[in-house]
Every structure is written in structure tokens, then in C-alpha cells.
Write a protein that binds this ligand. Structure first.
Ligand SMILES: Nc1ncnc2c1ncn2[C@@H]1O[C@H](COP(=O)(O)OP(=O)(O)OP(=O)(O)O)[C@@H](O)[C@H]1O
Length: 275
């Protein structure tokens, strides 16, 4: 299902955290949302999964504005994996994955066969069968993260929103997760910090810088040394990974900042991150 983010601006306590952001995630695409700490990725994602109403602009999923959908309809369209999920730690991993089926249940109805199938499939896809019956509180951060992904997959939505899902994961688990996500038929919007993984596994990248889109497009066009220097302030070289033939990002060093007397900046003007 296609996701259209159209001129979305988000204000919190009088500050504009996301400023007129637009992009389209075609049906089935994996879109990587990049940007330094505090650039507005999580805030923008909250508008996509209908947790924060934008001050202006719209998010349309399958052509419908998410704020015109009832909560249940929205939960049928979008599943979410957040950075640090607060869950009931006494629930088992399997019970946590079963929570993904709640939007599919009629009030008062028991679990159906289709629920069990979806949960079983998600547990297998995410490789969590070994500890499916252990309480969440006894699992490592990485294991809990996989359970959160399995819960979202069990929800069987056409759209998946993930906020830094590779946190806590070892290198193998990070690669497995991105291979899994990029292979799903769902439209996925995923906030990532690892530029190499984003370039290698996403179909489209959107780079935020201080709440605005600094670049958007296919990884080959977006992921340039100039963009990384401008947005992150780090030297970089872009190449091809000889093992995978995918795009590779080699990071160099921090570019020294030149301080240009911030005291005399006119009100409202943003100081360049680097010069
Ligand atoms: N409720 C709030 N009140 C005030 N400022 C906020 C609020 N929520 C977020 N911010 C600020 O908005 C900016 C964007 O935050 P956001 O969490 O969206 O960034 P991010 O790109 O996801 O960052 P990170 O990569 O560190 O997770 C930050 O400077 C943050 O401090």
C-alpha cells in the first residue's frame, strides 16, 4: 500500500520539529529515514503511525488520510516497532507476538486459527521460536527487539513503521532483520542510523536535517560524500561492497567545525552545521 507524506509540519511547544516534509513510499518499497540525532525522524514517524497530528500537511495510506481513519482501521493498515518498547515483562515472547492480532479480533471472540497461523509464521520468520515461551523480562535487548518485530509482522498490515529496529542487534541480526524487512511485501518506513545498511537494503532514502528533507531518492543518488559531509559533518567515500555488490559507505573522520560567532545570528536563522 502506498504511503504519501505530503508537506507535513509538526510543532511541539512552539518549535517546528518537522518542517514541510514530503515523500512517497511506493507499495512494497523499503524506505530508509536517515538523519543525525534530533533531526526529527521519530517525530515524523509518529505522524505516519497516527500518534501525533501534524500542524499542517497530511499522511495518506492507501489514498486515505490517516486522521480520517478510525483507530482500528489504522491498526489494520500500519504496524509499528519502536525504539524502546515498554511491554509487560511477565508476558511470554509468544503472548507478546499475539498482541499483534488484537486489531483482527472481534470483541469477546476467542483466538481463531488464522491468528495462530499468523503468530506461528511471525515467530518462525523472526527466528524467536527457541525462546518463544520465556518471559519477556528474561530476554536480552536484542531478543526482545526481535519479539517486537515479530509482533508487528503478526499484525499482517500492508505498512510497517520501524524506529531504529536494529538497536541492540548484533551484526548478523541487523543484516538478517534488513534482509527480512526488505523481502516483505509490506511498505516499510524505517528510521536507521547505519548509513551502510540503509544504502544496501533500502529502495529509497529520505535524509532529514534539522526537521527538513536534505535529500530524497534512490540510495545511489542520495548517498554521496557531499551529503554525508553536509548533514553529518563526517568525511566519507561511497563504493561497492565486493562481497555483496551492494552500495558501501566508508566513513572517515569528523570535519572540524568552524565557529562563526553564533551570538550575532539573526533570530530564526539556523546556523549551518558545518562549513
Ligand atoms: N515533546 C517534545 N518537546 C520538545 N522537544 C521535543 C519533543 N519531542 C522531540 N523533541 C525534540 O525534537 C527534535 C527531534 O526529535 P526526534 O526524536 O524526532 O529526533 P530523531 O531524529 O528521531 O533523533 P534520534 O536519532 O536521536 O532518535 C529533538 O531536538 C528533540 O529534542
Amino acid at each position: 500500500m502506498r504511503v504519501e507524506v505530503d508537506q507535513v509540519s509538526i510543532d511541539v511547544h512552539g518549535s517546528t520539529l518537522v518542517d514541510c516534509v514530503s515523500f512517497v513510499a511506493p507499495a512494497g518499497a523499503t524506505v530508509g529515514l536517515l538523519g543525525p540525532n534530533g533531526s526529527g525522524k521519530s517525530t515524523l514517524l509518529r505522524a505516519v503511525y497516527r500518534a501525533h497530528r501534524p500542524a499542517s500537511g497530511s499522511v495518506r495510506i492507501g489514498g486515505e488520510d490517516v486522521w480520517c481513519l478510525r483507530a482500528r482501521e489504522a491498526a489494520h493498515r500500519t504496524a509499528v516497532v519502536l525504539q524502546e518498547e515498554q511491554r509487560e515483562f511477565e508476558f511470554s515472547a509468544r503472548e507478546t507476538v499475539e498482541l499483534g492480532r488484537i486489531p483482527h479480533r472481534r470483541p469477546g471472540r476467542r483466538t481463531q486459527g488464522s491468528d495462530e497461523e499468523a503468530v506461528g509464521r511471525a515467530i518462525e520468520l523472526c527466528g524467536i521460536g527457541e525462546y518463544a515461551d520465556r518471559p519477556l523480562g528474561s530476554l536480552s535487548g536484542g531478543e526482545r527487539q526481535r519479539v517486537a518485530v515479530a509482533r508487528a509482522i503478526a499484525q499482517e498490515t500492508p505498512v510497517l513503521v520501524m524506529d531504529e529496529p536494529t538497536n541492540h542487534l548484533d551484526v548478523l541480526a541487523q543484516i538478517e532483520l534488513l534482509e527480512l524487512v526488505s523481502g516483505l511485501a509490506t511498505t516499510t518506513i524505517v528510521a536507521l542510523h547505519d548509513l551502510g545498511l540503509a544504502a544496501a537494503y533500502c529502495d529509497h532514502l529520505v535524509v532529514l536535517d534539522r526537521g527538513r528533507v536534505a535529500a530524497s531518492g534512490r540510495p545511489e543518488t542520495v548517498m554521496t560524500a557531499a551529503l554525508i559531509a553536509e548533514v553529518y559533518g563526517v568525511t566519507a567515500e561511497i563504493g561497492v561492497n565486493p562481497l555483496t555488490q551492494r552500495l558501501a559507505v566508508h566513513l572517515g573522520a569528523a570535519i572540524p567545525r568552524t565557529i562563526t560567532n553564533p551570538v550575532v545570528q539573526p533570530a530564526g536563522r539556523k546556523e549551518p552545521r558545518h562549513s
